[in-house]
Design a protein around this ligand. Structure first.
Ligand code: UDX
Ligand code: UDX
Length: 456
């Protein structure tokens, strides 16, 4: 039996470890976090994150070979392998503010591991980190005078929220980076053995530490770049008579391009894309590559343009003013099937419309609490309404900001009847049947397609 510890019970640690535990009944898993409320939630029937399929896995493993705890020190002492998935937000202060990763939690965790260890261990980076962080961690960890040895591995997480269980059960690949030393390779092999309990060997790939760390940033940068590319084209489509979905379909059938991640939208969100790209940008700047930095930074700039373009298009279409008008935002989560609102384009649109003094009401099947939290002070100026019909009642406009299936199943005749006329729908996800909405009487504004409007 191996004692496996995960430090950080957030989206990453909390959704991956129970799945690993379910495939490795021979090992014992503990997930610790400094946040007591979060650990209490993981121990309850009401898990802190909404992730389809996860409840069942936690229920099956919890109390058997999976345990949640706040006793970080004690469990560090017992562990053979430690996964670290504490958060690494963008720095808000000092050098690199706004771009570089804030590594204070990581470093604190490394020191805590050192202080509480009485045996040698493998430490696995699960958080996304700047390239060469492992080196700094190795130095801290191996700076002990008691003969302990720590091997640091990089094992980036590629799962996407909302499909985390599926992604983890059947990953395209698992990437493990380690040192090319004898003990480094032994550590890599130990981690390969864990994944080999359910992942076919050929999908478990190994690399050097720096390649592994960099691959995570690059994977996210490439994915986000596709979205910014199609969103750039959506702006052009709205000016011409092209339809961005038709363009995406046509180009996606080219195998070299591929059909995924070409859905034009109000913008990409989530805790990773922006943070990781800015991290990459900072890294390039640090290594004296300003052109490379500027190239990638444009992916983020394009995304901000798309979000703002959506909000200003709403204002322009509604006779250049939304002041005092009730606007229902359908969706707060950064994508469907998650309650996560971090970097959500919905909240950016919300902020922009509040600037214009609109009266905002937000509806979302799972993300209302997080939206309220993330909006901070601004939340006082927003109404939250779990029922989409009630949200639309008396509204001048609806903006579809998250692609929840629930929103496709509403009776839009009924929605329309309860709205102020002329009634507007701005579909930031091209989710609904626009022709049908138009026939009901809505003025419909999709992304990257001509508007369907009854206005002259
Ligand atoms: C996020 C990103 O998604 C991921 O890519 C990045 O590498 C790390 O941050 P996530 O799991 O979503 O990962 O973060 P979050 O939900 O904030 O969870 C981190 C957890 O670590 C929190 O519950 C926090 O309380 C805990 N933590 C943080 C500790 O237990 N100890 C610390 O010192 C700091
Ligand atoms: C992403 C990566 O996919 C994952 O591999 C990595 O581990 C973490 O970051 P996640 O942020 O959970 O995962 O969501 P993802 O499905 O990638 O979507 C990110 C954003 O892009 C969402 O706001 C989504 O709505 C948007 N998106 C995605 C589009 O606008 N269009 C698309 O075609 C695809």
């Amino acid at each position: 039996m191996t004692n496996i510890l995960c430090i950080g019970a957030g989206y990453v640690g909390g959704s991956t470890m129970p799945i690993v535990a379910s495939h490795c009944p021979q090992h014992r898993f503990v997930i610790v976090d400094i946040n007591e409320a979060r650990i209490a939630a993981w121990q309850s029937d009401n898990l802190p994150i909404y992730e389809p399929g996860l409840d069942e896995i936690v229920r099956k493993t919890r109390g058997k070979n999976l345990f949640f705890s706040t006793e970080v020190d004690k469990h560090i002492a017992e562990a053979d392998i430690i996964f670290v998935s504490v958060n690494t937000p963008t720095k808000t202060f000092g050098q690199g503010a706004g771009k570089a990763a804030d590594l204070q939690y990581w470093e604190k965790t490394a020191r805590q591991i050192l202080e509480n260890s009485t045996s040698s261990k493998i430490v696995v980076e699960k958080s996304t980190l700047p390239v060469r962080t492992a080196e700094a961690m190795e130095r801290i960890l191996n700076s002990n005078g008691n003969g302990l040895h720590f091997d640091v591995l990089s094992n980036p997480e590629f799962l996407a929220e909302g499909t985390a269980v599926r992604d983890m059960e059947n990953p395209d690949r698992v990437l493990i980076g380690g040192r090319n030393t004898e003990s480094g390779q032994k550590a890599v092999e130990a981690l390969v053995e864990i994944y080999a309990n359910w992942v076919p060997r050929e999908r478990i790939i190994t690399a050097n530490l720096w390649s592994s760390e960099l691959s995570k940033l690059v994977a996210n940068a490439f994915l986000a770049q596709r979205i910014s590319s199609i969103n750039a084209i959506s702006a052009l489509c709205e000016k011409t008579e092209a339809d961005v979905s038709e363009v995406a379909h046509a180009i996606g059938l080219d195998n070299r391009i591929g059909k995924y991640f070409l859905r034009a939208s109000v913008g990409f969100g989530g805790s990773c894309f922006k943070k990781d790209i800015l991290n990459l940008v900072y890294l390039c700047e640090q290594y004296g590559l300003p052109e490379v930095a500027a190239y990638w930074e444009q992916v983020v700039t394009m995304n901000e343009f798309q979000e703002m373009r959506f909000a200003s298009n709403m204002v322009a279409s509604m006779f250049n003013t939304v002041a005092g008008k009730r606007i229902a935002l359908f969706g707060a989560a950064f994508k469907a099937n998650t309650n996560d609102t971090r970097e959500s384009p919905a909240l950016e649109v919300c902020r922009a419309l509040l600037e214009e003094r609109a009266e905002i009401v937000i509806t979302d099947p799972h993300a209302i609490e997080n939206a309220r939290y993330d909006l901070g002070e601004l939340a006082k100026r927003v109404a939250f309404e779990p029922d989409p019909y009630a949200a639309a009642n008396g509204a001048h406009a609806i903006a579809i900001l998250t692609e929840w299936t629930q929103f496709t199943q509403l009776d839009y005749e009924k929605v329309h009847a309860a709205m102020v006329k002329p009634a507007f729908i701005f579909d930031g996800r091209n989710l609904l049947d626009h022709r049908k909405l138009y026939e009901i009487g809505f003025n419909v504004y999709p992304i990257g397609r001509p508007a369907l409007t009854h206005l002259l």
